[in-house]
Design a protein around this ligand. Structure first.
Ligand SMILES: *[C@@H]1O[C@H](CO)[C@@H](O)[C@H](O)[C@H]1NC(C)=O
Ligand SMILES: *[C@@H]1O[C@H](CO)[C@@H](O)[C@H](O)[C@H]1NC(C)=O
Ligand SMILES: *[C@@H]1O[C@H](CO)[C@@H](O)[C@H](O)[C@H]1NC(C)=O
Ligand SMILES: *[C@@H]1O[C@H](CO)[C@@H](O)[C@H](O)[C@H]1NC(C)=O
Ligand SMILES: *[C@@H]1O[C@H](CO)[C@@H](O)[C@H](O)[C@H]1NC(C)=O
Ligand SMILES: *[C@@H]1O[C@H](CO)[C@@H](O)[C@H](O)[C@H]1NC(C)=O
Ligand SMILES: *[C@@H]1O[C@H](CO)[C@@H](O)[C@H](O)[C@H]1NC(C)=O
Ligand SMILES: *[C@@H]1O[C@H](CO)[C@@H](O)[C@H](O)[C@H]1NC(C)=O
Ligand SMILES: [Cu+2]
Length: 639
């Protein structure tokens, strides 16, 4: 039984006299901001998380969604607004919602990472998230921060400029369209998440999607699946707000016969960049203008995943497609036909009834993504002038895989089932603390629960030829590098510290790229390169003038990327790879940003509705204490 879409209450631009008792917060907000009261509003949503049956590929599947929708509802706000989202959890799972890319200034409590920033919302429980949206414009998104369930629990989060669309630093589009790339899974995602974290790795989606639709490359008994159709008027301009919500793959997006002008990425404006292909990794967003300037007709919009070539392990990857359809094209019933008969681009435009298909990059082409990201720079904007020149803390974080023995201290490595495969940073794999108190709460109240953590090392314990292809996927060189360990890795930063991180992808067991996502802060992407990072020549390439500003940075396959950020948002922030398999295998760490010298630079107490554990001293589980101590790595003292 499909549940009815839940009514979404949006209270935009409500005048003061109309504010009801429930809007007390709004009144406080209006009174305290003062500056532009007419431009601020409370945007309110109710998210009912429940399981519904959906049918694709001839098979009915139980999926966990918000308000019965896949993708979930879009949140649309104006910069300066406040947002309240009431989450009612009617699913059988523990849920949290993360507001991906929202900076959450002094509001880490609402970041939505289970056991790191909050207790999860239990089945049949409610929780209200309150966020202020300031100093950001563009496309972000929200998703459950629960292993794998984000495949079906996600939606767009769109922030428009305070002074309206005419203040965009690009021609005002006629329409704005979210394009969410996702995957269709027929498996029990909660189970898959558990399995992945326990070394059982081979689970894959059944299809990929654009705005929740599989498109005509997929069928049920020969009947093509519905595809996403964008109807356009000749000559008009469309702003596509592209989000990669997929768990597993970076995608290339093309529209036959059309070009994109990229104008923003991760809700930061970029120098307009014209290209016929977008590259977008999980966690990234790209805003691109498309002008409907082709001969009227029908044009496929194709999203195709890439993957590292052999000798990397090859996994099933699915291309999906929708359609751009001109209003005065004489053919109807888009997406009814099978894939056969699509014309390749370059044949001189559409003829008759056959939609034009774009020529896509090869699946194993990863260099197109490298170039795409390398060609983006930020548009000169207030924030882009703030690249820290002096660096206080430097981290060199080596990203790879590793393994621990299923039983005992020693076991066969390589292609064996005696190990649990893990993903690592500097040779440690992240595991959630076994405490019953979330880290943020333990940090805020200085409870001794923080004593169980391990410090994220500044550099890998041992240097090796990180990008030697001989490491992929197995072999004697690789087997020696494989043994690793698990811990709750954290790194503390003084308030205001300028931090430089060099992320280095490796070839241990695989040569994947790594889309690294930092919560609560944007990062300046100073440079990226292929092969091993070499400070003696790569520092000279740093862009300190107009680097891209991102919350998710793609560290190229067998390459590196350098970022800088200022740790000025106090709290406990997750930093992790946005490939779900890497995340659930432990490619993550926690950055703790300390309070500043004044109240307005310090984390306020948790909001009134917050579920806390009570602050007794009974927070250190002995088992974890012993396990961490045994590893002999330096300790963090939380007090
Ligand atoms: C849900 O969260 C509660 C409280 O943190 C925890 O005790 C329980 O084990 C969790 N359940 C699952 C299925 O993870
Ligand atoms: C959750 O919200 C629903 C709908 O507003 C309400 O009926 C229910 O009482 C709430 N439950 C809790 C535990 O607050
Ligand atoms: C939002 O901003 C208002 C006005 O500055 C402030 O009172 C409120 O605490 C803020 N809320 C959050 C969740 O940051
Ligand atoms: C899709 O069509 C192909 C070819 O007609 C067929 O082999 C396949 O089983 C179909 N898929 C489904 C799920 O029916
Ligand atoms: C920009 O893209 C072109 C190819 O499209 C490539 O040749 C060039 O190296 C790229 N620039 C950077 C800095 O990556
Ligand atoms: C491990 O692999 C060996 C050899 O491939 C096989 O015989 C054995 O049954 C496997 N054990 C498990 C627990 O899967
Ligand atoms: C790393 O390995 C590659 C491939 O074997 C090789 O070309 C390169 O020279 C090696 N680099 C170093 C620093 O040893
Ligand atoms: C990684 O850590 C493990 C366990 O602590 C250790 O045995 C191994 O030597 C380390 N490997 C590297 C390459 O640093
Ligand atoms: Cu995220």
């Amino acid at each position: 039984m499909q549940s009815k879409p839940y009514k979404v209450a949006t209270m935009k631009r409500r005048s003061l006299p109309a504010a009801a008792a429930a809007l007390t917060a709004a009144i406080v907000f209006f009174l305290s901001t003062g500056a532009l009261p007419a431009a601020s509003a409370i945007v309110e949503h109710t998210f009912v998380v429940s399981q519904v049956k959906m049918k694709h590929l001839c098979k009915e599947t139980l999926v966990t969604v918000v308000n019965g929708q896949l993708p979930g509802p879009a949140i649309e706000v104006t910069e300066g607004d406040s947002v309240a989202v009431h989450v009612i959890n009617k699913s059988p799972y523990n849920i949290t919602i993360h507001w991906h890319g929202v900076k959450q200034w002094l509001n880490c409590w609402a970041d939505g990472v289970p056991m790191i920033t909050q207790l999860p919302i239990l089945p049949n429980h409610n929780f209200t998230y309150r966020l202020n949206i300031t100093g950001q414009e563009g496309t972000l998104w929200w998703h459950a921060h629960v292993a794998f369930l984000r495949a079906t629990l996600h939606g767009a989060f769109i922030i428009r400029p305070r002074h309206g669309a005419s203040s965009y630093p690009f021609p005002k589009p006629h329409r704005e369209i979210p394009i969410i790339i996702g995957e269709w899974w027929e498996l029990d995602l909660a189970q898959v998440g558990w399995n992945m974290a326990h070394g059982f790795l081979f689970y894959f989606a059944s299809a990929s999607t654009i705005n929740g639709k599989l498109g005509d490359l997929f069928n049920c008994s020969g009947v093509a699946e519905d595809g996403y159709v964008l109807d356009v008027e000749p000559g008009e301009t469309y702003l596509l707000r592209v989000i990669n919500a997929a768990l597993f793959s970076e995608y290339y997006l093309k529209i036959a016969g059309h070009k994109f002008t990229v104008v923003a990425a991760d809700a930061n404006y970029v120098t307009p960049y014209t290209t016929d292909v977008l590259a977008i990794a999980p966690g990234e967003t790209v805003d691109a203008l498309v002008v409907a300037d082709a001969p009227p007709g029908r044009y496929y919009m194709v999203a195709k995943p890439n993957q590292a070539p052999l000798p990397d392990t090859q996994t099933p990857e699915y291309t999906t497609r929708g359609m751009v359809q001109y209003s005065n094209s004489n053919s109807h019933g888009a997406m009814q036909r099978s894939s056969r008969g699509a014309e390749e681009e370059g044949d001189g435009g559409p003829s008759g009834d056959v939609p034009v298909a774009p020529e896509m990059p090869d699946t194993h082409d990863t260099i197109t993504s490298f170039y795409f990201h390398g060609n983006l720079t930020s548009l000169r904007h207030q924030r882009s002038s703030l690249v820290p020149v002096q660096v206080d803390e430097r981290l060199f974080l080596v990203l790879g895989l590793g393994s621990i023995c299923r039983k005992g201290q020693s076991c066969k490595r390589g292609d064996t089932n005696e190990t649990i495969l893990l993903a690592t940073m500097n040779n440690v794999s992240f595991q959630l603390p076994a405490m019953t108190t979330p880290l943020l709460e333990a940090h805020y109240y200085h409870t001794n629960g923080m004593g169980t953590l391990q410090e994220l090392p500044n550099r890998p314990p041992r240097a090796f030829n990180f990008t030697d292809p001989a490491l992929i996927p197995y072999g004697p060189k690789e087997e020696r590098l494989e043994p690793t360990s698990r811990a709750t890795m954290v790194r503390r930063f003084r308030h205001g510290a300028a931090v430089e991180v060099v992320f280095q992808s490796t070839g241990i067991l695989q040569g994947d790229s790594n889309p690294m996502h930092l919560h609560g802060h944007d990062m300046f992407l100073l440079a990226q390169g292929l092969g091993n990072y070499d400070a003696s020549k790569d520092v000279a390439r740093y862009n300190l003038v107009n680097p891209l500003v991102k919350n998710t940075v793609v560290v190229p396959n067998l390459g590196w990327a350098t970022v800088r950020f200022v740790a000025n948002n106090p709290g406990v922030w997750f930093m992790h790879c946005h490939y779900e398999f890497h995340l659930s295998m432990g490619m993550a760490a926690v950055f703790i940003v300390e309070d500043g010298p004044t109240v307005d630079k310090s984390l306020p107490p948790p909001p009134a509705n917050f579920l806390t554990c009570g602050h007794d001293d009974n927070l250190v589980p002995d088992e974890l204490y012993l396990q961490t101590k045994k590893s002999g790595v330096s300790w963090i003292n939380g007090v």
